[in-house]
Design a protein around this ligand. Structure first.
Ligand SMILES: Nc1ncnc2c1ncn2[C@@H]1O[C@H](COP(=O)(O)OP(=O)(O)OP(=O)(O)O)[C@@H](O)[C@H]1O
Length: 372
């Protein structure tokens, strides 16, 4: 899929912008603080109806304005889809084909993006929530069911945690309601865990292949999904559901004592192994970077496999963080097949690694100009 056109009204420092993009690599050049990342953020927002930088949508509205709009035209095998997000201080409206969508799951998935920013090099070394967020953002774009289950799970988790607090402080003593909430949490949680296990198996195949190429056949990358559910129970959703229910029974006293939910996908993690060793503890910085890059590039193939369309790739200032070999791998992997938006402060070093001429835009103070 390709993002053909983007229009912004009062989005961050863009008052009024209409821009048509090229189908291949689009390079966004500009000095610091001119609006390069804001533009990538707008594309990410158009795809996921949320920003990658802030959970407060109001920050996205231009300082002098009350409302903001992001509109795009997405080209897919099935034709062109217009997307629209309207933001105000009262919330946001999402439209597909000019029709307002009541649920986020009706909107997300129309434009699929993969964002790769310097922070993503933390995928391996960072806290577990970085990897959980990574799984949820990527798998949610590929599967409506996954997105729905994670949204429901979060709601029940909040209710259950609130109830555990009330039980802990003796404001409540009814264990029947706790059982009902545990049951619902196990139902959504088991769907999430089995989907993660299945999709990670596919992602692992692609990532291992890319990692092997970058490391010149020296390293074997593999994944391990870490969860309280025993490996033997990770066979299907029903087994995971039964295991979670049992775990909620067994750990009830501990959860009541700690007044929070200790088991479920919101506590799980993903480990990356290089030559069977945990790369976050034993890998060099170079191996950790190669792992992050391989996983990011593998997502492109996984999304294509799952949806039949290549996603749009957003590279925010990431090239400067990669050495020559890794840069070449990244740029070769995306040639021709993936529409890419790449921010940089200088074109040197990028252009000669690309086979085809990129479309270049200069960004200055919230304005964009195509470079001819
Ligand atoms: N809501 C907003 N309204 C207006 N301007 C904003 C808003 N939010 C941020 N800005 C402005 O946007 C600019 C930052 O843009 P952006 O983060 O895209 O920079 P950049 O071009 O990617 O720079 P760098 O290369 O340093 O990352 C700043 O000048 C900031 O003041």
């Amino acid at each position: 899929m390709k993002l053909e056109e983007l229009r912004l009204h009062n989005f961050r420092n863009y008052e009024d912008l209409t821009v048509t993009f090229g189908p291949g690599v689009n390079v966004l050049i500009g000095e610091n603080a001119q609006g390069k990342t804001n533009l990538l953020e707008a594309i990410y927002f158009l795809a996921l109806a949320r920003s990658h930088r802030t959970s407060n949508d109001r920050e996205l509205i231009g300082w002098q304005a009350e409302t903001a709009q992001v509109l795009g035209r997405v080209q897919k095998h099935s034709g062109i889809t217009p997307l629209e997000l309207d933001l105000s201080k009262h919330g946001k409206k999402a439209k597909v084909n000019h029709l307002e969508q009541a649920k986020l799951s009706g909107y997300v998935g129309q434009l699929n993006v993969i964002l790769f920013a310097p922070e993503d090099l933390n995928l391996v070394k960072g806290a577990p929530q970085v990897r959980r967020r990574f799984m949820d953002m990527e798998f949610g774009q590929m599967s409506h069911k996954y997105l729905y289950n994670t949204t429901q799970y979060r709601t029940i988790l909040k209710q259950r945690n609130r109830y555990l607090k009330e039980l802990g402080s003796k404001k409540q003593s009814d264990m029947v309601l706790l059982d009902v909430l545990s049951d619902q949490l196990a139902a959504y949680g088991s769907e999430i865990i089995s989907a993660r296990v299945t999709l990670l198996k596919r992602l692992e195949v692609w990532a291992a292949q890319i990692h092997q190429e970058i490391s010149q056949q020296r390293e074997k990358l593999s994944f391990h999904y870490e969860t309280s559910v025993a490996d033997d129970d990770l066979v299907d959703t029903q087994h995971v559901y039964d295991a979670l229910k049992q775990l909620y029974q067994q750990r009830r006293d501990k959860e009541l004592f700690q007044r929070t939910t200790l088991i479920g996908p919101h506590r799980d993690d993903l480990k990356f192994l290089v030559n069977d060793k945990d790369v976050s503890s034993f890998g060099s910085q170079g191996q950790q970077r190669t792992t992050a890059l391989s996983v990011k590039l593998a997502e492109i193939d996984l999304m294509h496999e799952q949806t039949g369309e290549y996603p749009v790739l957003l590279l925010d200032d990431v090239l400067s963080e990669l050495d020559d070999n890794r840069q070449t791998h990244l740029l070769t992997a995306i040639q021709d097949k993936v529409q890419t938006f790449l921010t940089t402060t200088s074109l040197s070093g990028v252009a000669q690694k690309l086979i085809n001429q990129p479309t270049v835009f200069r960004i200055s103070n919230g304005e964009i100009q195509a470079d001819h």
